[in-house]
Design a protein around this ligand. Structure first.
Ligand code: NAI
Length: 464
């Protein structure tokens, strides 16, 4: 065999798997047909967060007048913004390249395809290995009739380049993480943004209260959000792209936009890998079927991780799965069994981990809910923030924390406290008894836990 392990795909899942396996002494190769780092580093998480940072700075400059500071109208050099974003990406991707070198992971450039049980062909050359990790990720989903043209109709990759000028009107189809994050970016740069979402709430499976709170905040920022609304058709006219949308009641409206962003989910890249040659099953949606907690497929020498394996399609979940697969391939008993936090990096951020209130009830728990609105947080006041909330879901019988949902500043960082609490089996009381520094936004987590026990200091408690 040429290698102990070949990883196909160098996104967050793939590079974690490759590096961890190499750390454990395996001879490892990683196959990549595009740029090292996958979607996350090149055209996903990292460049989006770079743009969101610029967006936040722009809004910060504008909003400063409320505190008595006037920066005037910011001058934006879009080409410089783009260069900065690309520099951030380059720094991250070259970091992965260096980690590969440092850990002696061989990078095989080209498209990988199984040609036998233990053989993968890359750029016309066959490589053999004992074991494989499939980490080929996902690609944007499409809507028939809304074909991308790189100008009027774009996907998330297209939206990463604002172009020569900021579109006056942006229509976003889909209010998931991608749609909402770009809605934030473009709105901050000055676009008039409309978001159209098929489901009754934004932010997908988020807790209903958190979803409402985020929608309220984004609308306050000037975005128009249409839920329970689907897009019907589009046509290019002299005025722009006219998109016909239809509400639940069958009422139609034509929305004219300069750019239309299609952000309606992603599809797994399970096809075209020659998986049949390795005897690996793929389901009807294109997900490579994972059969156990070690991330093995039905062919035990082949693992599948990340977006190509199963939902949720999140980089950190892929990283954890990559580590589990690598360790198991190296003979360790590692298994995947952790909660998955999720963050939408809008302002305010929406972060959650564990069960929503509805999920906990559906699972048969008698729930105990603790809430704390950030309007009662001293730190939020100092930041000029008036909305936002923390909502904790506990098991009324054992007091164990089941879920955390937050809308507000730093929610994406604070969620890690809740993830750890859930992993450790912490109770609401544990959280309430833990000192949180004052004044911080994280105090709201403690006070939500206190509220669950009827002893919050800064808000009215329910009579128990
Ligand atoms: P998504 O599945 O999260 O959201 C897509 C939304 O589009 C859904 O709410 C869906 O109901 C709606 N939709 C579908 N068809 C529609 C139509 N015809 N008209 C109107 N609405 C329609 O997918 P998204 O936002 O594209 O993201 C893809 C994946 O990438 C997700 O799994 C997401 O979690 C992940 N991601 C995560 C990020 C983060 O963690 N911050 C950032 C970006 C992406």
């Amino acid at each position: 065999m040429d290698f102990d392990l070949i990883v196909i795909g160098s996104g967050p899942g793939g590079y974690h798997a490759a590096i961890r396996a190499a750390q454990l002494g395996l001879k490892v190769a990683c196959v990549e047909k595009g740029a090292v780092g996958g979607v996350c580093l090149n055209v996903g998480c990292i460049p989006t967060k770079a743009l969101l940072h610029v967006a936040a700075e722009l809004r910060g400059a504008k909003d400063a007048s409320a505190f008595g500071v006037d920066f005037g109208t910011p001058k934006v050099d879009l080409a410089a913004v783009d260069r900065w974003k690309l520099d951030v990406v380059k720094k991250q991707t070259s970091g992965v390249g260096m980690l590969f070198k440092g850990n002696k992971v061989t990078l095989l450039e080209g498209e990988g395809r199984f040609t036998g049980k233990n053989t993968v062909e890359v750029a016309g050359k066959a490589y053999t290995a004992e074991k494989f990790v499939i980490a080929t990720g996902s690609r944007p989903a499409a809507i028939p009739g809304f074909e991308l043209d790189g100008d009027r109709i774009i996907d998330s990759t297209g939206a990463l380049t604002i172009g020569a000028s900021v579109p006056a009107r942006l229509l976003v189809i889909g209010a998931g993480a991608i749609g909402l994050e770009f809605a934030d970016v473009y709105s901050s740069f000055g676009s008039e943004v409309t978001v159209v979402e098929m489901l009754p709430q934004i932010a997908g499976a988020a807790d209903a209260d958190a979803s409402k709170e985020l929608a309220k905040a984004l609308e306050k920022r000037g975005m128009r959000i249409l839920t329970s609304t689907k897009v019907v058709s589009q046509k290019a006219t002299a005025k722009g792209t006219e998109v016909t949308v239809e509400g639940q009641d069958g009422k139609r409206e034509v929305i004219t936009a300069d750019r239309v962003l299609v952000a309606v989910g992603r599809r797994p890249n399970g096809a075209g890998l020659g998986l049949e040659a390795a005897g690996v099953q793929v389901d009807e949606r294109g997900f490579v079927t994972v059969v156990n907690d070690h991330m093995q497929t039905n062919a035990p020498h082949v693992y599948a991780i990340g977006d190509v394996a199963r939902a949720p399609l999140l980089a950190h979940k892929a990283m954890k799965e990559g580590i589990v697969a690598a360790e198991h391939a190296a003979g360790m008993p590692s298994a995947y069994d952790t909660v998955v936090p999720s963050v939408i990096y809008t302002e305010p951020e929406l972060a959650s981990v564990g069960m929503t209130e509805a999920e906990a009830k559906e699972a048969g728990f008698e729930v105990r809910v603790g809430r704390f609105p950030l309007s009662a947080s001293g730190r939020a006041s100092t930041l000029g923030v008036s909305g936002g909330l923390v909502k904790l879901i506990g098991d009324a019988k054992t007091d164990i924390l089941l879920g955390f949902h937050m809308v507000g500043p730093n929610a994406g960082d604070i969620v890690s406290e809740a993830a750890l609490a859930i992993e450790m089996g912490a109770t609401l009381e544990d959280i309430a008894l833990t000192q949180h520094p004052h004044p911080t936004i994280s105090e709201a987590v403690m006070e939500a836990a206190e509220h669950a026990h009827g002893k919050a200091i800064h808000i009215a408690n329910r009579r128990r």
